[in-house]
Design a protein around this ligand. Structure first.
Ligand code: UD1
Ligand code: UDP
Length: 379
């Protein structure tokens, strides 16, 4: 089968769909789709693209979210640490799996490199490429998430847009594929898991915390943590906010962020801040519990920005932009920028929020809508 360069003919494909996941947020969002595919009897299999591999960014989510074991797990991707190297290894690995399984369609979600690799491998084989979170713009084109999302949109056959504005962006860009407004999978994930999280998680007790008395922070994006001046500003902001508010600040640390703090010689400074607690990355149930009970979250994570507005926790985005404009418009989130003063000011403002905004993401069910389209129009 793999002896020549060729696309797959429709007659060589089987009526099943490949779901690609490879990063922490991908596992979280795709878990909602996987459940819907199971409920509706749609044949599928999972490729774990191997971009995230540390147990706390990977295995823990399979356990928490009950995701079935992937049929394929790309184990060698962890050996590559450049964008091209990592993406190429996933591209080749995913192509091998697709040649073997010959599914009719592939579903990738979001803006990480593993999604670009999955979409491109499938495009070249002529599978039906489906992209969740299509059409979301507002991210800087120069950052990986900005160009990845746009590139995937332009090689997809089905564009599952989270909202009308995203659909409009896709129309304006004259994409080739069919545009469908489905909503966001992260909404389904929060709805399906936040109640379980409240029941199962003991994290507040473990950390001796009471609701609404502490602040949470997560950062890991390249443009926040890979530049010493930006990362120093964030640490300075944490020092100021801890002193201003006297509140404890919990910082579940992404491995990339931990490595950069050490490389830049900022780790000791961070650890010495009174009230700042650096902790391991958390499993989904514990993180949901920490997030929904915090008085404020500060983050550069697209997923956390959306979740905080659904859970009614005020948010400061540590960046000059966000693609989730609805969270700014409803008052759930403000842009803190990347200076210490900007982040401090934004934190002060959001700590006095009445938290009475209307959930900007609506009722959910993106997973059912996407499954129904796959069933009726693709397989
Ligand atoms: C990736 C995505 C980002 C997404 C994030 C979710 C891209 C370009 N970036 O960023 O959009 O928001 O995932 O968390 O796709 N590392 C580990 N263990 C792991 C994974 C990473 O130690 O399991 C370390 C490695 O040093 C690695 C570095 O973190 O080189 C960066 O990992 P990578 O997956 O390239 O980017 P993220 O920052 O995780
Ligand atoms: N998350 C988690 N544990 C943590 C930090 C985040 O479970 O310690 C979850 C969070 O609830 C959200 C997702 O991870 O659903 C966001 O992933 P991340 O911030 O890595 O990526 P992004 O959303 O920026 O792409």
């Amino acid at each position: 089968m793999k002896t020549t360069i060729k696309t797959l003919l429709s007659t060589e494909m089987q009526d099943k769909v490949c779901v690609v996941m490879g990063t922490r947020p991908g596992m979280i969002k795709q878990s909602a789709l996987v459940r819907a595919l199971e409920r509706n009897g749609v044949p599928f299999f999972i490729i774990h693209a191997g971009q995230h591999y540390s147990p706390e960014l990977d295995r823990v989510f399979f356990g928490d979210l009950g995701i079935p074991e992937p049929l394929y797990r790309l184990e060698t991707v962890k050996n590559f640490s450049t964008h091209a190297g990592q993406t190429a290894e996933m591209l080749k690995g995913i192509e091998d799996c697709l040649f073997t399984e010959r599914p009719r369609a592939i579903v990738v979600g979001g803006d990480a490199n593993c999604n670009l690799a999955g979409a491109l491998a499938a495009r070249k084989l002529n599978l039906v490429v489906c992209h969740e979170e299509a059409g979301v713009r507002g991210c800087n084109w120069n950052v990986p998430e900005g160009h990845n999302r746009t590139m995937i949109d332009h090689i997809s056959d089905y564009l599952f847009a989270p909202n009308e504005a995203a659909a409009k962006n896709l129309e304006n860009e004259s994409v080739q594929g069919k545009i469908r407004v489905t909503g966001s999978l992260i909404v389904d994930s929060v709805r399906e898991n936040s109640l379980i999280a409240c029941r199962k998680s003991t994290i507040l007790k473990t950390l001796s915390l009471h609701p609404r008395e502490y602040i949470l922070i997560t950062i890991h994006h390249e443009e926040t943590v890979d530049y010493i001046e930006v990362l120093s500003n964030v640490i300075e902001a944490l020092k100021l906010i801890a002193a201003d508010t006297g509140r404890k600040i919990f910082f579940p640390i992404h491995p990339r962020t931990g490595k950069r703090l050490r490389e830049f010689g900022l780790w000791e400074e961070a650890e010495s801040i009174a009230g700042l607690h650096i902790i391991d990355p958390q499993g989904y149930f514990d993180f949901m519990t920490l997030l929904s009970n915090a008085c404020l979250v500060m983050t550069d994570s697209g997923g956390v920005i959306q979740e905080s507005s659904i859970l009614h926790t005020p948010c400061v985005t540590i960046s000059n932009y966000t693609e989730w404009l609805e969270t700014l418009e409803c008052g759930a989130n403000v842009l803190g920028g990347t200076t210490a003063d900007g982040i401090r000011l934004a934190a002060g403002k959001m700590l006095s929020s009445a938290c009475n905004w209307k959930d900007p993401f609506g009722g959910g069910s993106a997973s059912e809508r996407i499954t129904s389209i796959i069933k009726k129009e693709i397989l």
